[in-house]
Design a protein around this ligand. Structure first.
Ligand SMILES: Cc1cc2nc3c(=O)[nH]c(=O)nc-3n(C[C@H](O)[C@H](O)[C@H](O)COP(=O)(O)OP(=O)(O)OC[C@H]3O[C@@H](n4cnc5c(N)ncnc54)[C@H](O)[C@@H]3O)c2cc1C
Length: 532
């Protein structure tokens, strides 16, 4: 069963090995796990529902608790400490677009706010119920998950928007296709969630971001139904797909989505290359991206992330041998690991790697084969479970991401890491922080930073610690000219910073769109747009 106060299935554990624990303790100090509230204690704190009865709505405390929050660190703090705050008054599980429409009509009639719920993997407060105000209905899309149409000639597939990553891929694989969209939250996140948060998968270099994959669909909004037809391309004015993408549940509910699919690749490989330092690695990865080599993934870790990855890997002896070899090849303390993926026919994969390695060698890259890349592939959705393991030793793990043009990539990385370190130092705490470039473009890259720090054991103090950190990081992103989000979206946590990139005119236009689709302001209030 899915954990109610952490990540993932409760039969899956991904423990921190002793070396990793020692490593963390040396860098940021020993810690102990706070006491978790039990599910029974948490359920007992769920307030009475304010919703008028409806046959599609479940108002039981456990269902409201399990569908009331996402996966951001403040969400975890609420669940783990049992300080739940506001929760939805009820949860509906519609099975058809007609039932979604019925629920929206009910919400209009009774002036109820509506929060669409995909997989609940938001890390930026997309699902938070605002304190005070109207009663809240959460609409969970999990029962709308079927493959509705497969057009082999156009390579298009239409799904119910509540389909999760594994279910979507399994339904396509049965016909020999893949969508190729693999965010790290793949296990639970949904097609509808990906579209409305502008998600990006790990192999976006081959398959594209969700913007390239989303071809059309159906949106049920309080003011009506929007059908978006599919075209290979169109010059007919504003692209309606672009309007719906990034709408974060503010316009209505995406009930169906048509996506561009690809035949399953015959071969898929992930190789690792080490570089002597960040500067050489960055030049190499930029060179590879700008040469437009048909790869599926480029993921470059900075020296601290490289060290952390090698420590977490366990297998001390083998890693020791690898490090000796790398030292001999000139890759010492400042070494950086680059993972390179390619998919397709065997000859296309082989040709892509030959081209990429040629560029890597120009920057003294040391190719060590596929072992680390294969391990990464095996664990790519399991690593997330480390968040649970770290918490159980008293450590919080949080991440932040942005994207910026190449001239500002390194400054952004240093700026974010330094701002975060300083913010925690003002609390007398140390931070373990590291970064990778997760999505590489000819123009620039996304910069993805992880933070590990100690929990205090007190809800208020931990929330204050997180708020200080988050503010410092967002201000550093803005100061270094980055977008407030490359892939996680805006939600509540990033909304105060949105005006820096959209300007007053842009925010005004977005507000007008919300008003058009949802004149009474029922849909997901407080998300995406700044509240003042
Ligand atoms: C461990 C972890 C790793 C992650 N890795 C990645 C990553 O690699 N790439 C990435 O892009 N993101 C990542 N994320 C963020 C998150 O998974 C994405 O934002 C994802 O797109 C959210 O999808 P969801 O179905 O879980 O949506 P939810 O979290 O349920 O909802 C997110 C927002 O979308 C709205 N919404 C959901 N479904 C619909 C619908 N059908 N119609 C209208 N509105 C809807 C909700 O109202 C809410 O505003 C990660 C998150 C976690 C916890």
């Amino acid at each position: 069963m899915r954990r109610w106060n952490g990540w993932g299935d409760d039969t899956i554990e991904f423990a921190l090995n002793q070396d990793a624990l020692d490593f963390l303790q040396t860098r940021i100090g020993k810690s102990t796990a706070p006491r978790d509230a039990t599910l029974a204690e948490a359920c007992a704190r769920v307030p009475t529902s304010r919703l008028p009865l409806h046959k599609l709505i479940d108002t039981s405390p456990e269902v409201r608790l399990r569908n009331g929050l996402g996966q951001s660190l403040p969400d975890w703090l609420k669940l783990r400490y049992g300080k739940l705050g506001s929760l939805p008054d009820g949860v509906a599980f519609p099975e058809t677009s007609a039932q979604v429409r019925e629920l929206l009509d009910y919400a209009k009639e009774h002036q109820i706010s509506v929060i669409p719920y995909g997989g609940g993997t938001s890390v930026v407060g997309h699902l938070t119920v605002q304190d005070g105000g109207r009663p809240v209905l959460t609409i969970n899309m999990s029962r709308m998950s079927r493959l509705l149409n497969l057009d082999r000639t156009a390579q298009l597939a239409t799904f119910g928007a509540g389909v999760t990553g594994p279910d979507l891929e399994a339904q396509l694989r049965a016909h020999g296709y893949t969508l190729g969209h693999f965010p790290q939250s793949f296990e639970y996140s949904t097609l509808g969630g990906w579209v409305v948060t502008r998600s990006s998968g790990q192999q976006s270099l081959r398959y594209g971001r969700i913007e390239q994959l989303f071809a059309g669909g159906k949106l049920e909004a309080p003011s009506g139904t929007l059908d978006i037809a599919t075209f290979p391309a169109s010059a007919a004015g504003t692209d309606l797909r672009e309007m719906v993408m990034g709408s974060e549940g503010r316009f209505g509910i995406l009930t169906e989505a048509t996506v561009r699919i690809t035949p399953l690749p015959q071969r898929e490989e992930f190789h690792a290359v080490f570089f002597r330092n960040w500067e050489m690695a960055e030049q190499a990865v930029r060179g590879i991206a700008q040469a437009k080599i048909p790869l599926s993934m480029l993921r470059l870790s900075n020296p601290v992330e490289t060290l952390t990855t090698l420590t977490l890997a366990g297998h001390k002896k083998l890693i020791g041998l690898l490090e000796t070899y790398l030292e001999w090849r000139g890759c010492e303390e400042q070494k950086c690991i680059l993972l390179i993926g390619a998919s397709g026919t065997p000859s296309a994969v082989s040709h892509a790697f030959t081209q990429a390695m040629r560029v890597a060698r120009q920057h003294r890259g040391v190719h060590i084969g596929q072992t680390i890349g294969e391990k990464w592939k095996q664990n790519r959705f399991r690593n997330v479970y480390l968040r649970n393991a770290a918490w159980e030793h008293g450590y919080a793990i949080d991440t932040v991401e942005t994207a910026v043009d190449w001239p500002r990539v390194s400054a952004m990385m240093h700026g974010v890491e330094q701002a975060a370190t300083a913010a925690l130092a003002s609390n007398g705490e140390k931070l373990h922080t590291y970064t990778h470039l997760s999505h590489i473009y000819a123009q620039g890259a996304s910069v993805y930073t992880t933070f590990v720090y100690r929990l205090s054991g007190d809800y208020e103090q931990d929330l204050q610690r997180w708020s200080r950190l988050k503010r410092a990081i967002c201000e550093a992103i803005v100061a270094n000219g980055g977008t407030i989000s490359h892939q996680h979206g805006v939600g509540t946590d990033h909304a105060p910073y949105l005006h820096h990139e959209k300007t007053g005119m842009g925010i005004g236009a977005m507000r007008e769109l919300c008003n058009y689709f949802d004149p009474e302001g029922l849909m997901n209030p407080g998300k995406l747009l700044p509240t003042t």
